[in-house]
Ligand binder design. Structure first.
Ligand code: NAP
Ligand code: ZN
Length: 353
């Protein structure tokens, strides 16, 4: 019988209910487990989608949070990769089958048996998983990432989801010198997409609803910045981009964005609104366009991304938030009023009982 460790956090008790203090149990360390004292956790728009059950199948109470940065506090007997005191991260995935083609290829995010999400999922024993809006987490060492010393923990936390979710498609579709890349939506994912695409050497354009964040976009490395509320933008940019990454959490005029692709260009969906995507056949046929999707990234690629960010001096632009203010932070994310990621300072949790 495992001993269980009492842990404090914040949870959504039921669908669309405000988050509130919640006490729960973490498993005691198994031989390959790492115990992590969480220092910071980013607020991803996916936390909001799931707390509101916008994708279906949500499990409550839900402790969200999959942009976790902290310090190793204990290690199991067989752990070889990490030691007490190491600076580590945990992203969207805490386990997978480790046997299917996808897992063997290092693409655990596409595990054919369905990996174990960091929260709002069931682990291999059928127990619900609880995420990073909490003081402590226990994770198998194979699903833990090392945060390079050059990256501060708070600014690194959002890399564990927003960073890898943009890095992976940018790499897969070969963003780099000579490639014209557009990022739709400059929020948590989008601002990381701009920084990473620029660091990869691509010519980067931001397609934002307005020009209000243009100065920031240029500072992040964008070469061009357009307002999509202006219909002239679509006429001007028709047929331009080799790759468009859509990070928008809401519905879009998909056909209008497909018209911005160059010959053989790809529009990659990472933003995850709940409704189906209506696309005209000729928006794909003309120009041999690809409409594709991409989900987070595998464990090895996530480590590669963290190392790449450290090497290029890239991290997230963040606003700290106390955990008691998480519900207000959600409202601001929904209004696109965050520069550019809220990160919960988990030290504020111990001040609340
Ligand atoms: P976010 O910070 O809220 O950013 C979304 C951005 O989309 C906003 O900043 C805004 O950018 C734009 N936007 C919002 N509402 C819009 C509307 N009605 N019309 C046009 N543009 C709008 O969210 P996030 O955390 O980056 O997440 C973005 C999406 O990616 C979410 O759906 C999330 O669930 C999903 N996601 C997917 C994966 C994956 O693996 N595929 C991983 C993580 C997150 P502007 O102000 O610049 O217009
Ligand atoms: Zn996320």
């Amino acid at each position: 019988m495992e001993t269980l460790v009492q842990t404090k956090g914040y949870a959504a008790p039921s669908v669309r209910a405000p988050l509130e203090p919640f006490s729960f149990q973490r498993r005691s360390l198994r031989p390959n487990d790492v115990g992590i004292d969480i220092k910071f956790c980013g607020i991803c728009h996916s936390d909001i989608h799931q707390a509101r059950d916008e994708w279906g199948g949500s499990i409550f109470p839900m402790v969200p949070g999959h942009e976790i940065a902290g310090v190793v506090s204990e290690v199991g007997a067989n752990v070889t990769k990490y030691a007490v005191g190491d600076r580590v991260g945990v992203g969207c995935l805490v386990d997978s089958c480790r046997e299917c083609d996808a897992c063997l290829a290092g693409l655990e995010q596409y595990c054919k048996k369905g990996g174990t999400p960091t929260y709002n999922g069931l682990d291999k024993n059928g127990e619900p998983t609880y995420g990073g809006y909490s003081e402590h987490i226990v994770v198998d060492e194979n699903y833990v990432l090392r945060i390079p010393d050059a990256l501060p923990l708070d600014k690194a936390a959002p890399l564990l989801c927003a960073g890898i979710t943009t890095y992976s498609p940018l790499r897969h579709w070969n963003a780099g010198p000579g490639k014209k890349v557009a990022i739709i939506g400059m929020g948590g994912l989008g601002h990381m997409g701009v920084k990473i695409a620029h660091a990869l050497g691509a010519e980067v354009t931001v397609l934002s609803q307005s020009l209000s964040k243009q100065d920031d976009g240029k500072r992040f490395g964008a070469d061009h910045y357009y307002a999509t509320a202006d219909p002239k933008t679509f006429a001007k940019l028709a047929g331009t981009f080799d790759l468009i990454i859509n990070t928008v959490s809401a519905e879009l005029d998909w056909n209008a964005y497909l018209s911005l692709l160059n010959l053989d260009g790809a529009l990659v969906v990472v933003g995850a609104p709940s409704n189906p995507i209506p696309v005209a056949a000729f928006a794909l046929i003309g120009g041999r366009h690809t409409l594709a999707g991409s989900g987070i990234g595998g464990i090895a690629e996530t480590q590669e991304m963290l190392d790449f960010c450290a090497e290029h001096g890239i991290a997230s632009d963040i606003e700290h938030v106390a955990i008691a203010d998480v519900n207000e932070a959600y409202e601001r994310v929904l209004k696109s009023d965050v520069r550019y990621r809220f990160v919960i300072d988990i030290a504020t949790l111990s001040k609340k009982d």
